[in-house]
Design a protein around this ligand. Structure first.
Ligand SMILES: C[S@@+](CC[C@H](N)C(=O)[O-])C[C@H]1O[C@@H](n2cnc3c(N)ncnc32)[C@H](O)[C@@H]1O
Length: 197
């Protein structure tokens, strides 16, 4: 029987919630995570092209999760596991230290109103968490179309500046749904690739 692609997180019991990622996939291939994958275009394409890597996709919106999970099943993709939940909580409580080869966050909600900025994912504490879960030399890939959020991201990166090198990496993924939408509107896309020292 094929394994379930949907991970059910144990956040109720007193046991250590940290996931055993190798057991989850049945192998110890490098792990990549995408947070807020939306309609899953990047995630599905990356998992199919890098079949020797394992992928975990985290999405809070049930309709996007179901859509992408269904596409993965129909395409027979077996190297993705899906989490229906909050990205920040997943990273903080369930991901072991130094276990992730690549962390992808594309077009995270910018929450433009000042009173909502605290909901933004890419803030200083999250970058500290990213440093915790990345393997040495692991990479974090970020894109946003939102100029003000991009400036705030650069500011939020300052406290963890010693932990990351900025790298020039060639983008070899497909565009995401939101990226296409923003490019059609004429927005400039900001990208950052950070490599853990
Ligand atoms: C602007 S969309 C971008 C989707 C996709 N990355 C793309 O580029 O097409 C932001 C996505 O993040 C998801 N999201 C927002 N907050 C989240 C959270 N706290 N945890 C997980 N996913 C979240 C939304 O449901 C949505 O699918």
């Amino acid at each position: 029987m094929s394994p379930s692609l949907l991970i059910t997180l144990d956040d109720e019991s007193d046991r250590d919630p940290t996931l055993d990622l190798a057991a989850l996939f049945g192998n110890d291939h490098p792990i990549e995570i995408e947070l807020g994958f939306g309609k899953g275009r990047y995630l599905l394409d990356a998992a199919q092209r890098r079949s020797d890597h394992n992928f975990v996709g985290v999405e809070v919106a049930g309709k996007y999760l179901r859509l992408t999970l269904d596409r993965a099943r129909r395409r027979g993709v077996s190297n993705i596991r899906f989490v229906h939940g909050d990205a920040r909580e997943f990273v903080e409580f369930f991901v072991p230290g130094e276990s992730i080869r690549a962390l992808h966050v594309y077009f995270a909600d910018p929450w433009p109103k000042t009173k909502h900025h605290k909901r933004r994912l890419l803030e200083a504490e999250f970058f500290e968490e990213a440093l915790r879960i990345l393997e040495p030399a692991g990479r974090m890939w970020i894109a946003t179309d939102h100029d003000e959020y991009y400036e705030a991201i650069l500011e939020a990166l300052k406290p963890s500046a010693d932990g990351f090198n900025l790298v020039e990496a060639i983008w070899d993924g497909v565009t995401t749904n939101y990226e296409d939408k923003f490019v059609r509107r004429g927005s400039a896309i900001h990208r950052r690739v950070l490599q853990k020292r």
